[in-house]
Each structure stands twice: as C-alpha cells, then as structure tokens.
Design a protein around this ligand. Structure first.
Ligand code: NAP
Length: 257
C-alpha cells in the first residue's frame, strides 16, 4: 500500500539515482505530481514514464544556467515540497584532491542547495505553506578526515536547515535536514568510497528506499532533523555528547579502515 503524504506537488533534485530516485517512486505511487531534476536526462525520462504528471528538468546544478533553470521553475510555478537531494563526496587526502572537483562539490552541496532553499522559502513563506527537505548526512555531526570537504559541506547543510527550521516556525512552512548514514546507492562509486561496502558490516547499511521513506515522513511531520535507522541515531547522539577531540580521533581511525 502506498503511503499518504500532505504534499500536493514536489520538486526533487538528484532524482536520477539513489535516494532521490527512491523518493520519486514513493511520491509517484502516492499520485503526487513531480518535477525531477538531474543531469542524466535519459534516466529521468525512464522514471517519468512510470507515473502520471512527472516533469523532467535536465540541469547541472554546478552551472549558473542549470541552477537558474531550477530556480525559475520553483518561482514560476511553485510546488509545495522541495527536496534538495543532489550531492556528492570525494574521499582522499585534502592536499591531493582535484581543486576543480572540490569547487564543484561545494557548488552543488552548498551553493545550489542554498539558492534553491532561498527560492523555495521565498514562495512558501508568503503562501504560509510548504515543505523543504535538505539531504545532509551523519557526516555533518563530526569532522571526517579524508572526507573533509564533504563532511564540511554537510555540516553547513545541517546548520542552515536547523536555522531555517526555527526561522519559519509558526509560518506553516516546515524545514527538515535528512541525515542518512551509509546507504547503498551510486554515492560510493562517485565518492570513491567503494571500500566502505566491505569495510563496514551489512547491519549498518540502509537501502535508499528506507532512507527516502524516513525523510518524507519526517518532513511531513515537521521534524527539524531526520536521522534514519537505529545505528545512525546512536551515532548522532554519541557525536552530540562526545568531546570534540575524541569524536575527531575516532572519525580519523574509522577513515583509516
Ligand atoms: N549514499 C550514502 O551513503 C549517503 C549518506 C549520507 C548522505 N547522502 C547524501 O544523499 C544525497 C543523495 O545521494 P545518493 O546516495 O542517492 O547518491 P547517488 O546515487 O550518487 O545520487 C546522487 C544524485 O545527485 C545527482 N547529481 C550529482 N551531481 C549533480 C549535478 N552537478 N547537478 C545535478 N544533479 C547532480 C545525480 O544525478 P546525475 O548524475 O544524473 O546528475 C544523482 O541523481 C546526497 O546529497 C548525498 O550526499 C548519501
């Protein structure tokens, strides 16, 4: 049986695979009209063919043109759920990282997410209704040596989303940061963390569908933070109380494998 949601329409970035794709299926099964965004338009078209009322928007969100396309769609024909899900990571020693890739990571995970959040709340707050779901990570709760830029971008996403959650309190608009842990998607090959699939036990991994279900449920409820799975909840709670020296040392040891 498909879930029921309070949303009447949605826009999802990073909809061509992983968590975003899983959200498209959940919202499609619930009959919610959607705008789906990514670069791989063939994948988006295939997905759109499976449901009624799915609009495909091809956009590279690291480019001014791609970002403008999405911002114009949000302001021109508003939707009441916006999911900032597109994102990627890069593992490796900071001083050896490709500077261009690093800039793209910041452009996508931070700049595009911030501009899309601004556009979404710009129409939602005056309408006194709407839902903004920003996909962050449990990596946002502590530093992550060898995944440093990624963890820093996600710390920004969690902080921004929690601030906005409080700012719009009482307006009828809900802002939620979804903080997944290890989730089986294309993220591992894109971020060059394929070794995680063998380094970490099966019990700590979640499916994209489980994460997507949790995020959509929690933004509908109006939660500030959505942490899917018991293991990730324990990790988040431990990070909140552990001394910073301890948290970053443990994180460093985990990255060493
Ligand atoms: N998987 C995990 O373990 C995990 C854990 C915590 C948080 N997250 C977060 O979850 C979110 C979704 O990731 P995922 O795990 O589902 O990974 P994924 O399968 O690699 O999906 C990433 C999505 O982002 C899109 N994307 C990448 N670069 C883009 C760009 N320049 N412009 C527009 N779209 C772009 C990709 O589509 P195209 O390539 O077609 O553009 C794809 O649809 C990310 O924000 C990630 O940081 C993932």
């Amino acid at each position: 049986m498909s879930a029921t949601y309070p949303f009447t329409s949605a826009l999802i970035t990073g909809a061509s695979s992983g968590i975003g794709e899983a959200m498209v299926h959940l919202l499609g099964e619930a009959g919610i009209p959607q705008v789906i965004v990514a670069r791989r338009v063939d994948r988006l078209e295939e997905l759109a063919a499976g449901y009624a009322n799915v609009e495909v928007l091809a956009a590279d969100l690291t480019t001014p043109e791609g970002l403008e396309t999405v911002l114009n769609r949000i302001t021109g024909d508003p939707v009441d759920l916006v999911v900032n899900n597109a994102g990627f990571g890069t593992s490796g020693e900071f001083h050896l990282l490709d500077p261009e890739r690093m800039s793209d990571e910041i452009a996508l995970n931070i700049t595009a997410l911030t501009r899309i959040s601004r556009a979404a709340l710009g129409v939602m707050v005056p309408a006194r209704r709407g839902y903004l779901l920003n996909v962050s990570s449990v990596a946002s709760f502590q530093p992550a040596p060898k995944l440093a830029v990624y963890a820093a971008t996600k710390a920004y996403v969690t902080s921004l989303s929690e601030s906005l959650h409080e700012e719009v309190r009482g307006t009828g608009v809900h802002v939620t940061a979804l903080c997944p842990g290890l989730t089986r998607t294309e993220f591992q090959s894109v971020s060059r963390t394929d070794s995680y699939t063998t380094d970490f036990p099966a019990m700590v991994w979640m499916s994209a569908t489980e994460v997507a279900e949790t995020g959509l449920r929690d933004v509908a409820r109006g939660d500030a933070l959505s942490v899917p799975g018991t293991f990730n909840k324990v990790l988040a709670a431990a990070s909140a109380v552990a001394p910073r020296t301890l948290a970053r040392r443990i994180s460093s040891l985990v990255q060493r494998g």
